[in-house]
Design a protein around this ligand. Sequence first.
Ligand code: FES
Length: 94
Amino acid sequence: MRKQISKTNQPLIAEPPRDHDCWNLRCGGRGICSSCRVTLLQGTFNVAGKTVDVRLGMPVQANACQTTLLSATGLIDIPDSAVLAQGGNIANEW
Ligand code: FES
């Protein structure tokens, strides 16, 4: 899912990936599991301390928990694997 984002000075995970859904933060946002991996499509980002300028057509993979948008706006692609969707079923019978 493509998402247009605005600068917040917070890591990308500060905003929900989709309405009513949560990020898949298997390592708690420590940057070691890559479960929150997204594709940066456009904008300037800080990725784990490095400035990355992403232009349309030249995507960059990054962990959302380690990435902050530096430009006023940006465009990212969030795969289903980075999202914990609500509405799942929990087995309550054994
Ligand atoms: S939550 Fe593990 S790398 Fe982002």
